[in-house]
Design a protein around this ligand. Structure first.
Ligand code: MN
Length: 411
């Protein structure tokens, strides 16, 4: 386990700080009516790296001027390492550059945060074993819970890049075509079973054409964000067979504003759980490619306090993002810079470690208890759902910031 790297930015040196020098997550911010700028979080500040590049203190082919991280990603892994290395040097406690760098620090609380990258395409997987078993049991019965392919390959569906929004964006309850098991005919109306899915999103930082190995896939992943795959369960139940989710998942997907890089997560690598069936060679991992990241979900009803409704860990996933990406390219599917790969809902084995409300309330049959005597089966109008995540080192944490959204009433 690695130790805290100390910075001359004092607020970055506390064990509770989400953005110590070990982290250096990438985001896009603006101040007032100013333009979108690439920035890096350090303690309670944002380092304006676009400004650093303009001043000639760092140099990355002008890519940091674009107000979005895609063009920097395109430079490739040696540049990803070099930026991290140079920023670590400039911000380290023993740096002699403090006076040069200090003018480029902006208080985090004064900044508005925006989409950190342009989502090229969005794919969502279904790689949490407990989640797949729970959903399968509810939708198809315990005997057919896990589809026959599930232990042999990571399954997923192509989602909508246009639906991905940054943390803090309001979500509106969708309408959809609904037909419950006892309804004779379908009707059109607001979803009554609107839900969340706690996921991690992997960001593809390099183009590929044709199949790539799991190792190459791992190398091509730039970083990770928290991801909430908002899901209308009643729309989903009626529409999903045989082609999978469609409008149930198209309303919105929220991501956190900070990209935590794969390089920052390096000390927290861990193996996927033991295989029940041996995987075909093209899906086998050459080393640990999952991460130990603690995750939680908070639910705050309007005008009330928040209750943490789920605590789990990314190390529960049966397939890593590298395996998912290798599977995604196995047919020759080209991948683009900024492709977003959702992990699938991350549920643990325990009742309080389930990453969606449909699991927590078991299809609405067992509402969960919140503070102040409130109960929930699904998301209600005015509820704010917040995902949080942290990898924990010796006296520090690699935080993801928050991934929050508030549901407003259907219009
Ligand atoms: Mn999902």
């Amino acid at each position: 386990m690695t130790d805290l790297k100390r910075s001359w930015v004092d607020s970055a040196n506390s064990a509770t700080c989400q953005f110590p020098l070990n982290n250096l997550p990438y985001g896009v911010f603006s101040i007032g009516a100013g333009p979108h700028r690439c920035g890096v979080a350090i303690g309670d500040r944002i380092l304006d790296v676009a400004g650093l590049e303009s001043a000639g203190i760092i140099s990355f082919d002008g890519t940091l001027q674009s107000g979005i991280w895609n063009s920097f990603m395109a430079l490739g892994q040696s540049h990803w390492r070099r930026l991290r290395h140079e920023l670590t040097g400039l911000l380290a406690e023993d740096s002699d550059r403090q006076a040069d760098i200090e003018p480029y620090l902006v208080p985090l609380k004064e900044a508005a945060l925006h989409m950190p990258f342009e989502v090229a395409e969005f794919t969502d997987f279904y790689s949490g074993r407990h989640h797949a078993t729970n959903i399968g049991t509810m939708f198809r019965g315990a005997d057919n819970a896990l589809p026959p392919n599930w232990l042999h390959l990571p399954i997923g569906y192509n989602g909508r890049a246009s639906s991905v929004v940054v943390s803090g964006t309001d979500i509106q309850r969708p309408h959809g075509q609904l037909k419950g098991p006892d309804d004779e005919v379908p009707r059109f109306g607001p979803s009554q079973r609107f839900d969340i899915e706690l996921e991690l999103g992997a960001i593809v930082g390099q183009r590929s054409r044709g199949p790539i190995s799991v190792q190459q896939a791992f190398n091509n992943i730039f970083g990770y964000v928290l991801l909430n795959d908002w899901s209308a369960r009643d729309i989903q139940a009626w529409e999903y067979q045989p082609l999978g989710p469609f409008q149930a998942k198209a309303t919105a997907t929220t991501i956190s504003a900070w990209i935590v890089t794969a390089l920052a997560l390096e000390p927290f690598r861990c193996s996927t759980p033991e295989r029940e069936k041996e995987l075909l060679a093209y899906l086998q991992e050459p080393g640990p490619m999952l991460y130990d990241i603690e995750l939680e979900v908070g639910l705050r009803p309007q005008d009330n306090s928040e209750t943490v409704i789920c605590r789990t860990n990314y190390n529960e996933m049966y397939y890593s993002a590298a395996q998912q990406l290798a599977q995604h390219t196995s047919s020759g599917c080209p991948m683009r810079i900024g492709d977003l790969i959702g992990s699938g809902t991350i549920s643990g084995a325990e009742k309080n470690s389930l990453g969606s409300l449909v699991e927590l309330s078991w299809g609405g049959k067992e509402p969960i208890e919140l503070n102040e005597g409130l109960r929930r089966s699904f998301v209600e109008d005015g509820d704010t759902l917040t995902l949080r995540g942290a990898a924990r080192g010796n006296g520090y944490q690699i935080g993801f910031g928050s991934c929050a959204g508030t549901l407003s009433a259907a219009k």
